[in-house]
Design a protein around this ligand. Structure first.
Ligand SMILES: C[S@@+](CC[C@H](N)C(=O)[O-])C[C@H]1O[C@@H](n2cnc3c(N)ncnc32)[C@H](O)[C@@H]1O
Length: 179
């Protein structure tokens, strides 16, 4: 098996991306995107490919103390950034997990997975979808956005194995239900 660091961006690339996301977040409020993903107070959320954590932090603010956010990424700097942001905001309902696919979470334990701007980077999407399907509760939601892909590409990629049904889109956030 290959080591999971085969897919890391360099630290410099990650830092540049983080800087770019700071600018992006000034124009596109991460809270709006998280609301479009239909996250509710009390939800247990996975933010897969969380990057520096804009959406994981917004999600943690929505789910509140009765919910939880698992911020997951392959890159160690992502997890460091998320931890720092959570600390700064006084949020104790975010946990970080480092992985390139397999997720150390129980079967049927998650209400919503958000996957923002990540799908185009995954070369083993089927393996990821299988894992998402495993950890989601029945009828729970997978919310995807990816400006690198068209709506029809996103829908066909996510529904290709008949593990997810397309429900609707909220301003370029595509909502799927586990079936
Ligand atoms: C373009 S960034 C998006 C970050 C964040 N979702 C956002 O929208 O601000 C993509 C992220 O996915 C992560 N990533 C790429 N491949 C991954 C994999 N196989 N498993 C987990 N994370 C991955 C990268 O490290 C990076 O942080």
């Amino acid at each position: 098996m290959k080591k999971d660091n085969r897919k890391y961006q360099s630290n410099l690339d990650f830092k540049l991306m983080t800087f770019f996301f700071k600018i992006r977040d000034l124009f596109r409020d991460p809270m709006e995107k998280v609301k479009n993903a239909e996250i509710k107070p009390g939800n247990v959320v996975v933010d897969y490919g969380c990057g520096p954590g804009s959406h994981a932090v917004a999600a943690a603010q929505i789910v509140g103390s009765s919910g939880k956010v698992h911020a997951i990424d392959i890159h160690p700097l992502a997890l460091q950034k998320v931890k720092k942001k959570a600390e700064k905001k006084g949020l104790d309902n975010i946990e970080t997990i480092k992985t390139d696919c397999k997720i150390q979470l129980e079967d049927n334990s998650i209400d919503i997975i958000t996957c923002f701007d990540v799908i185009h980077e995954l070369d083993d999407l089927t393996e990821h979808l299988k894992e998402f399907h495993r950890i989601l509760k029945l009828n729970a939601l997978l919310a995807v956005d990816d400006h690198h892909l068209s709506e029809s590409d996103i829908v066909s990629l996510i529904t290709q194995n008949n593990w997810f049904e397309f429900i609707k889109s909220n301003q370029n956030v595509y909502i799927f239900k586990k079936i």
